[in-house]
Design a protein around this ligand. Structure first.
Ligand code: SF4
Length: 357
C-alpha cells in the first residue's frame, strides 16, 4: 500500500470552555480505578482554573477518595438513579447549587441527564450529542490509550494538560486506625507487609487463581513477610482458598475494612501490594506503594497502575487477550493461569528488597 493511502489518525476535537466559571461540578467515573485515573485531569482543571470552586460527584463509597483530589472542595454522592424521574429529581437538586459548568467523565449520556436538567450552562463530556455544550469528538484513538490520557482530554477543554504521576497520602488518623486494625488481626510490625487484592469487582476473568495467590503467600511467609488479604466481603471464599494453600491463616481483611478510608489506610502501610487489575491496585499505586499487577483479561496499555511509586505489570497475553469479559469462557483461564508463582515471587522479592533499600 502506498504511503498516501494510509489514513492519518484524526486528532480529537476539543472545544474550549469559557473563562469566568466560578462553580464547576466534576461528575467522576463509576469505577474506583477510573476515579483514580481521572484524578490527574481534575487536578489539571484545578491548576488551570485555581479560583473556581470544584465539587466532585461520585458514587458514595468513593467519596473519601474524591475528597483527596487536588482542588476538590466539596463532594456529592451520585444516587443509584435508575428511572428518568430520579435523574430529573437529581437535576433539580443540582440546580439549587448553581453550577456554572459540569465536567462529565462517564462516557454515557445518562450521566449527563442531571447536569442538563439542572440547567448547568457549560457541559463538557465525550461525544457530539446536545447533552454537552462542549463535547469532545473524534477521540476514538484515545480509547485505546492509557485511561489517564483519555480522561485528560476533558482537561484540555480548560486548556489544561495532565501531569503524571498523580498521588496522594493518608492522614495520621487513617494510618493509625489501619495499624490498629492490622494488629487486631495478627500483624507483626517487625516484618514487611505484603497486601494481596485477589478478587475483582468486575469479574473472575481478571483474577489470578486463588491457588496461585496461596502458593505465593506460602513463599512470602517462609521469607519472613506478613501477608494480608483485602477486598469486599465476597472475597472471603477466595481468602479461605489462599489460606489453605499458604498452609496457615493470613491477615484476613476482606470485608473487614469498613469503608474506602480504612482500605486506603491499610494499603498505605503495605511494603508491597500484589493485585489483579482492580480499583485497590490503582489506589495503592496512587499512594506510592510498590505495586505488582497481574493482567490477563484487561489491557495494561489502558489501565496499568500509574502512581509515584514503583510498579510492575506481569502480562502474558493469549490470542484472546485482552477480552474485557467478566467470566472467562476458555478452559483453564490460560492468560492468568500461565503466570507462574515462581516468577511472581521473584518480582515480589525484588520489589521488597528495593523498598527496604
Ligand atoms: S483466557 Fe482469553 S477469554 Fe479467558 S479471560 Fe483471558 S483473555 Fe479473556
Amino acid at each position: 500500500m502506498a504511503a498516501a493511502d494510509v489514513a492519518e489518525p484524526t486528532a480529537p476535537v476539543v472545544p474550549t470552555a469559557p473563562d469566568g466559571l466560578a462553580r464547576i461540578l466534576v461528575r467522576l467515573p463509576n469505577w474506583l480505578g477510573d476515579v483514580v485515573m481521572a484524578a490527574p485531569a481534575v487536578a489539571a482543571i484545578h491548576r488551570a482554573r485555581p479560583d473556581a470552586h470544584l465539587t466532585a460527584q461520585v458514587k458514595a463509597p468513593f467519596m473519601p477518595l474524591a475528597a483527596q483530589i487536588d482542588g476538590i472542595q466539596g463532594v456529592l454522592p451520585v444516587g443509584n438513579d435508575r428511572s428518568l424521574w430520579q435523574l430529573r429529581q437529581r437535576g433539580r437538586e443540582l440546580r439549587e447549587k448553581q453550577f456554572d459548568a459540569a465536567v462529565v467523565f462517564p462516557r454515557s449520556e445518562r450521566a449527563a441527564i442531571a447536569p442538563r436538567r439542572a440547567g448547568i450552562p457549560v457541559r463538557v463530556g465525550y461525544g457530539g450529542s446536545r447533552a454537552f455544550t462542549h463535547g469532545v469528538t473524534k477521540a476514538r484513538a484515545f480509547r485505546s490509550a492509557h485511561r489517564t490520557s483519555w480522561f485528560g482530554l476533558l482537561a484540555k477543554a480548560f486548556d489544561a494538560e495532565i501531569e503524571l504521576p498523580w498521588g496522594f497520602g493518608v492522614d495520621d488518623t487513617t494510618r493509625q486506625a489501619a495499624e490498629r486494625l492490622l494488629l487486631a488481626h495478627g500483624r507483626d510490625t517487625s516484618k514487611p507487609l505484603v497486601v494481596f487484592e485477589p478478587g475483582a469487582s468486575y469479574g473472575a476473568a481478571k483474577c489470578w487463581p486463588a491457588e496461585s495467590f496461596g502458593r505465593l503467600a506460602a513463599r512470602l511467609l517462609e521469607m519472613g513477610a506478613d501477608v494480608a488479604t483485602v477486598g469486599l466481603a465476597g472475597t472471603r471464599p477466595i481468602e479461605e482458598v489462599i489460606a489453605s494453600f499458604a498452609g496457615r491463616p493470613l491477615i484476613h481483611l476482606a470485608g473487614r475494612t469498613p469503608d474506602l478510608t480504612a482500605l486506603m489506610g491499610v494499603l498505605s502501610l503495605a511494603d508491597l501490594v500484589v493485585s489483579n487489575d482492580t480499583g485497590p491496585m490503582h489506589v495503592a499505586a496512587a499512594l506510592g506503594r510498590p505495586t505488582l499487577a497481574l493482567f490477563g483479561a484487561s489491557d495494561p496499555v489502558v489501565s496499568a497502575p500509574s502512581g509515584p511509586g514503583p510498579a510492575r505489570v506481569l502480562y502474558d497475553p493469549e490470542p484472546c487477550s485482552p477480552c474485557f469479559l467478566r467470566l472467562c469462557p476458555v478452559v483453564g483461564h490460560p492468560c492468568l493461569a500461565k503466570i507462574g508463582v515462581a516468577r511472581v515471587f521473584r518480582h515480589a522479592r525484588d520489589m521488597l528488597d528495593a523498598a527496604a533499600g
